[in-house]
Design a protein around this ligand. Structure first.
Ligand SMILES: [Zn+2]
Length: 489
């Protein structure tokens, strides 16, 4: 086990026999030999007090090596050699735990290979947990105060209509975007356009959102409901119970009356209840995803007056098609049903999937597990970094802006690693036989099911169906093709 020996003496202790650096070192070296460990390095802070760990180059170096994974065990003569500060000790033990590093102290007989040693570490761990929660609580209070003082938090970016210059705490008006915001409120309140209509117009004019994306009804609604535009700031906006709004320090774009009018209409719309319960005749509702743009398909109903009756066609259409940003058009329920039946019959007919040898499969699995554990380690390190950043902010070593930026950086790293991890983990479980089982199950039962039963069946086994309509020259309406069915398992 790669062991770091840490020794320290203060100036006053130098003279005392038994406490000299050499004496400590010798005893620890002997102990390492008895335990059959190997010494990675001896870290020595000479003539430095143990009040806390700041200003101790050897401790700093050791921490760096632990984080880098070189050191798997730390051995000291006595805990007070490492530090006399409880906060430091908690921090260090927490760091050891996070990096799979053992901790041993000779005088206190703390040996993580013994039950009492592990107990000690556990107790320290509980303190660490408590301390962390305290820090989070203190930060929460700090954030709350910032909002009350009128600073906009905007953890990801400023709202559409505003800019936030780096290092500047108050957002400034972006004149071009502010004009669009005024226009949105105008179209909604004065012209009575629907959210979808507004989104379509913005897209047609080539205006994109703050993130460079196209507009959709939900995004328009968020603009209309954003109190930033009347000069307020908000906190806990996604949590109705803790939601708070305060007077902001930035400039308003929209007069209060217009804002209130818009939100009155939004509130009214909510009462009318635009969302209809899923229709049994359209039992694929909610499952279909556009293969081109990745958005969900919504249902439609068209009525055609024939000589003796009214013919109603039900079907699905890509949300973005309505907004004018996707070319995948409408498809009737009948066609989707036929395509789905074809898809499940194709999977169910395909047998003898397992052409790969067992050894090969085992090997692939193993290869993955190494990558997985490396990713998991990286994620763990990121979590440590996240915590450290928070602690530094609480200790006032960095200001809020730096904290926010560092936090965003770590968060985006975490997201990337997390997604990769999920992908690897999913690939590790050989699921080849499972979709076939489900498909077979579908094939056997499908014909005998009523529409509501089919919907229930889909709900149980299907997460989403990726679909598109391909137009060929001779077929005006296009052919519905299922690209992929994501099974629930
Ligand atoms: Zn689409």
């Amino acid at each position: 086990m790669e062991t770091a020996i840490y020794v320290r003496v203060s100036t006053e202790e130098q003279a005392q026999e038994g406490f000299s650096i050499r004496a400590q070192e010798q005893k620890l070296k002997d102990y390492v030999r008895i335990k059959d460990w190997s010494i990675y390095k001896i870290y020595a802070d000479e003539g430095i007090s143990g009040k806390d760990i700041t200003g101790r180059p050897a401790v700093k170096e050791m921490i760096t090596d632990i984080k880098a994974g070189y050191v798997k065990n730390v051995l000291v003569f006595k805990i007070d050699r490492l530090t006399r500060s409880t906060a430091d000790l908690i921090y260090l033990v927490d760091l050891f735990n996070a990096n799979d590093c053992e901790f041993n102290s000779l005088m206190e007989s703390i040996d993580t290979q013994t039950a009492s040693g592990r107990m000690f570490i556990k107790i320290i761990g509980i303190f660490a947990e408590f301390e962390r929660e305290n820090i989070i609580e203190r930060t929460r209070v700090g954030v709350e105060r910032k909002v009350k003082e009128g600073y906009s938090l905007c953890t990801s970016s400023a709202s559409f209509g505003y800019d936030r210059v780096k290092g500047q705490k108050i957002q400034t008006v972006n004149p071009a975007e502010a004009e669009v915001v005024r226009d949105i409120f105008g179209m909604f309140v004065d012209n009575g356009l629907t959210l979808t209509d507004i989104a379509r117009r913005l897209n047609l004019r080539g205006i994109s959102t703050k993130q460079g994306k196209t507009w959709a009804s939900g995004k328009v609604r968020r603009v209309l409901a954003n109190c930033n535009y009347v000069g307020d700031v908000r906190h806990h906006m996604n949590d109705s119970r803790h939601k708070r709004e305060y007077d902001g320090l930035h400039e308003a774009i929209i007069p209060q009356e217009l804002f209130d009018a818009a939100n009155g209409i939004l509130e009214e719309n909510k009462k009318v209840g635009i969302t209809k319960p899923p229709n049994d005749d359209k039992y694929f509702a909610g499952f279909l995803v556009c293969a081109k743009c990745g958005y969900k398909l919504k249902t439609y109903e068209s009525r055609k007056k024939l000589k003796t009756k009214i013919q109603i066609t039900v079907g699905y259409v890509c949300r973005n098609h309505t907004l004018g940003t996707c070319t995948v058009g409408s498809m009737s329920h009948k066609k989707v049903e036929a395509a789905f039946e074809e898809y499940i019959s194709e999977i169910a007919d395909f047998d003898a999937v397992d052409t790969r040898s067992l050894a090969e499969e085992e090997k692939a699995k193993h290869d993955n597990s190494e990558a997985i554990s490396s990713l998991e380690n990286k994620l763990k390190n990121l979590e440590t970094r996240e915590r450290e950043t928070l602690e530094r902010y609480v200790r006032n070593e960095i200001d809020f802006e730096d904290y926010r930026q560092m936090k965003d950086l770590v968060a985006s790293d975490k997201q990337v690693l997390g997604a990769e991890l999920e992908r690897l983990k999913a690939a590790q479980n050989p699921v080849a036989s499972k979709p076939q089982e489900i498909a077979l199950n579908f094939k056997k039962n499908w014909d005998g099911l009523s529409n509501p039963e089919r919907r229930a069946f889909l709900k149980q086994f299907v997460e989403r169906i990726v679909i598109e309509s391909v137009k060929t020259k001779c077929d005006y309406f296009g052919q519905v093709k299922i690209r992929e069915v994501k099974w629930r398992m």
